[in-house]
Each structure stands twice: as C-alpha cells, then as structure tokens.
Design a protein around this ligand. Structure first.
Ligand SMILES: [Fe+2]
Ligand SMILES: [Fe+2]
Length: 511
C-alpha cells in the first residue's frame, strides 16, 4: 500500500507494544461495529408507522380511483380496496426480493409511490375531463405514465422501471374501468401508454448528456404515435390531433425530466452519469484542484486508481463512472498531512517523517487519512455515494509495513495484529470493492523493479487473493468470475502503463 510504505528508513527508537495496544482503541472490529444497514440520512419508519403509511397510501389510491365514480358503491369500493391491497402486497414482496436497494431506501419508496399517485391523479383529471360531452376523446393519452417510468429508470435502473410500469399500468387500467371508460378505449389508452413507457425504460440507459433525455422524449412520442395510429387504422377512425398530442406528450416528458434532473438527483440521492462526469472534471471541482496542489503524488495515484477502477467496472457490469469518481476522491484525507505518504515524498528526497516515529504512531497518522477524508468530503458536500469510497477503500485491512516494523522492533512482545488494522467498514458494493482492489494494486505495482507483464500479473493476482483471503470482499456481491475479470482488466491497464519504450539513440550535433 502507498500508505504502508510511508516510512522507509530504520530508526533507533525502542519498540513499544504498548503504543500498539493504545492504537487498538481506534480500531473497530467489523463484528463489534457492524456497518450501518443504510447510508442515507432518512430513518426507517417503525412497523406501526409503516402500516399507517400503507393504509394512507391505499386510502389515497381508492379516493383517486373510486371517488365520485359511476361504479361508486360499498361493494365496488370493497373490491377496489381488496385489489389495491393484493397488488401492493405482491409488488412489495417482489421488490423486497429483487430490489433490496429500493426497499432499504425510505426516500426512494416515498418518491416512487408519490410518483405513482401523481400519475393516478393526472389520469383521474384527464379521464374525467374526456367524459364531459364535447371534450376531446384523446385526453387520456396525455397521462404521464412514461414520466414515472423514466424517473424510475434514472433512479433504480431498467428492471425497476419495468416493475413500476407494470404496477402503475394495472392501477391505471383499474381507474379507467372504474371511471366508466369504454372497454375498447381502455385497451387503446393502455397500449399507447405502455408503448411510451417501455421505450423510456429501454432507451434511457447511460445519461452522459442532457440532450439524451430530450431524444428519449422524442422516441417516447414516436412510439405512442405509432401505437395510436395502428389502433386508429384498426377501427378506421383517424384523429390527427390525437396523434400530434400523443407525440407532444412524449417530447414534453423528455424536456420536463431534463429540466428537473438536478431535483430528481437530490430527491432520490442518486448520481447520474452527467453528475459523475462533472465530479470528475478537475476544472470544476475545487476539491480535486486542492488535491493536485497539496498532494500531487496522491492526485496521480487517485487518477491511476480511477483508470483501473473504470476498466474493471466495465468488465463486470458495475458502474464505471462511479468507480472513477470514487477513486478520484478516495484519498482526499491525505491533504491534511501529505508528507507522511510515500507518493508525496519525492520532493523531500525520499526522506520520511516516519523515520522519527514509533510504528504505532506512524499507523495512527496513516490511518487518520480515512477519518480526515470523510470530514473534508462532508465539508465540501460530497455526495454520500462518493463518501462511501473513503472509509471502504482500506476496509479493515492490515497496514502491513508498520505491523511488521513493530514486530521487528519488539520480537519478544506479542504485537496485536488488530491494532494495525484500518477501522473499516469493508466495501459493500461492486464499485467500492473494485476501488478497494485497485487502490492496493496501484500502490503495490508501483514498487515493482522490472514490471514485465508476467510480474504484473503475479502481483495483481497476489493482491486480489490476499484481499479476498483477508475477507475484505465478503460484503460485496463480487463473484469469483468477477474477480478473474477484474484481474484481467487491471493487468491490461497496468501493462499499458508500464510498457517498455525503445531507447532513443544519442544524437551528437556536429560543427
Ligand atoms: Fe488511502
Ligand atoms: Fe489510495
């Protein structure tokens, strides 16, 4: 590790196991201090509150769907409530199995159920308006189902977007039936709405430019127009105005989401690729500029970790930009005492301040860059998903250099290994796991004397195996196959970095 190689020369100071014992106070054992179940700041509601919220939500849905409807009556209301409860139960059960990220986030749940209520509210208004004599029949085609799908796609991915579309689509169909819409019209509205929503879920993908969302909006409009035109051809009743508004609705959704993207990111605490690209831009980010000026060696190390992390993330289907951004900020805590870290000691002629310190004290200084990093990140308003990379990039790993130095200095004493471990927590996501490995690999391959491809591969393999055997990756969803792909990606990048240049011939100027 770059940190572990901080002190290189021998000192005459007496070894002290006692200092190591004191250091143990700042070490947190992952078993004694488990990682909090969630990172964001909104607390989980208690079971009673959960029940009340579910009841309130069901009541609002029933009011929107059933209030003042032609089918109004106790029996139909009971049928509707039963339907909503069964649907909510099945949807909730399904999500708890396949979308743990959504279930863990109160913010996401409130946001997504709120979005479904907005869609139902708009549908109630438009459907009722269409039933007024003389009103245009195409009004229900303006229901913004694709908007909820698009937001769900940005927040939790394609599968979740399709799940939300199915759930909201069923409720929309129930609303159309209860509000007295003719059966053929219900099928037409649903088909048009679902075609737009499916296009939103499928085409959105990675958003690296704001114009992408406008293009998705155009595609939503086109899908709705084609579906509606097919239906109109089927029944032989062409309505050009309906086609125009079906297209304009898609375009409006694209522009609306483009404009409200920062709000969506803040509400759901998500980072889109646009924001991640902005966070990686040194010209716009004061924290990265400061890192470059105060700890240039660390800045370079972070850049290489970013390149390694991005390549590895691509190979295992993780988020490459999140890895790159996380890597750029993972060592910002080193700005507090940059001279104590090996990569920043070049201008000091290789002299290290650790030469004057006891190993346990050196460990405390090295270890403090994690706590300092979190504090600096919070002060600069770093997003929680990037803050997560700071404590997890070392996990609870051992600072081997100073541990061995302590053992060498006090061969008769029993040096406690846990006193030389970082306080964690260990990585929990693919991305934080990858940066944890990339950090160790970058620092260790830097010390290779003759970095041939074979030596690089051996070194990378050993580092990954050590981290795995040390149980640093236990909480990540990375598989053995993923680790093999990550190893290949690291080797590919490092071989490119350490390539051998042909020696330039010496040119002598005549005359
Ligand atoms: Fe570090
Ligand atoms: Fe690092």
């Amino acid at each position: 590790m770059a940190e572990a190689s901080g002190g290189r020369t021998k000192t005459a100071a007496r070894p002290s196991a006692m200092r190591g014992e004191r250091a143990v106070e700042v070490i947190s054992d992952p078993r004694r201090h488990p990682l909090p179940s969630r990172i964001e700041g909104v607390p989980f509601p208690a079971p009673v509150e959960k029940l009340l919220l579910a009841g309130l939500y069901t009541g609002v849905v029933a009011l929107l769907v059933h209030g003042g409807a032609p089918l109004a009556g106790v029996r139909s209301l009971a049928g509707l409530l039963g339907l909503v409860l069964v649907l909510n139960y099945l949807f909730g059960r399904h999500l708890s199995k396949v979308e743990p990220g959504f279930v863990r986030s109160t913010r996401s749940q409130v946001g997504m159920y709120g979005a479904v209520l907005i869609v139902l509210g708009a549908a109630r208004f438009l459907v009722d308006a269409a039933l007024v004599p003389g009103a245009p029949a195409w009004l229900p085609h303006l229901v913004p189902l694709a908007l909820a799908t698009l937001v769900a796609r940005i927040v939790h991915g394609q599968r979740f977007a399709l799940e939300v579309t199915t759930y909201a689509g069923i409720l929309l169909a129930v609303l159309l039936v209860v509000r007295g819409h003719p059966q053929a019209a219900v099928i037409e509205v649903l088909a048009v709405q679902l075609s737009g929503a499916l296009v939103a879920a499928i085409l959105t993908g990675s958003i690296r430019k704001r114009s992408k969302l406008v293009k998705v909006g155009v595609a939503i409009g086109c899908a709705q127009v084609i579906t509606l035109a097919c239906f109109q051809a089927l029944v032989g009743d062409f309505d050009r105005t309906a086609l125009v508004f079906a297209w304009l609705q898609g375009l409006a959704i694209g522009y609306f989401v483009t404009g409200s993207l920062p709000m969506i990111e803040a509400l759901f605490q998500v980072l889109t690729d646009i924001s991640l690209l902005e966070l990686c831009n040194e010209n716009d980010q004061p924290l990265l500029k400061k890192l470059l000026l105060t700890a240039p060696g660390t800045h370079h190390h972070s850049f290489i970790v970013g390149v390694l992390g991005e390549a590895a993330a691509e190979s295992v289907g993780a988020n490459p930009l999140l890895c790159r951004a996380g890597a750029y900020y993972h060592d910002i805590g080193k700005m507090v005492k940059p001279e104590y870290f090996a990569e920043n000691q070049a201008k000091a002629g290789g002299c290290s301040p650790h030469d004057e310190l006891e190993p346990a004290m050196s460990f405390l200084v090295i270890c403090s860059h994690v706590k300092d990093g979190v504090e600096i990140g919070r002060r600069y308003g770093l997003h929680p998903r990037l803050l997560e990379f700071i404590p997890t990039h070392h996990g609870t790993s051992l600072v081997q250099y100073f541990y061995h130095r302590a053992m060498t200095r006090s061969p008769d004493d029993d040096v406690d290994e846990s006193a030389f471990r970082y306080s964690g927590p260990r990585p929990r996501t693919k991305e934080t796991g990858i940066v944890n490995l990339a950090d160790a690999v970058e620092a260790s391959t830097r010390s290779l004397d003759h970095p041939s491809p074979a030596r690089i591969r051996n070194q990378v393999h050993d580092i990954i195996m050590n981290r795995m055997m040390d149980r640093q990756l236990d909480e990540t969803p990375l598989t053995f196959a993923d680790l093999s792909r990550i190893e290949d990606a690291f080797v590919h990048v490092l071989v490119g970095i350490f390539h051998v240049r042909p020696k330039y011939p010496q040119i002598t100027v005549k005359g």
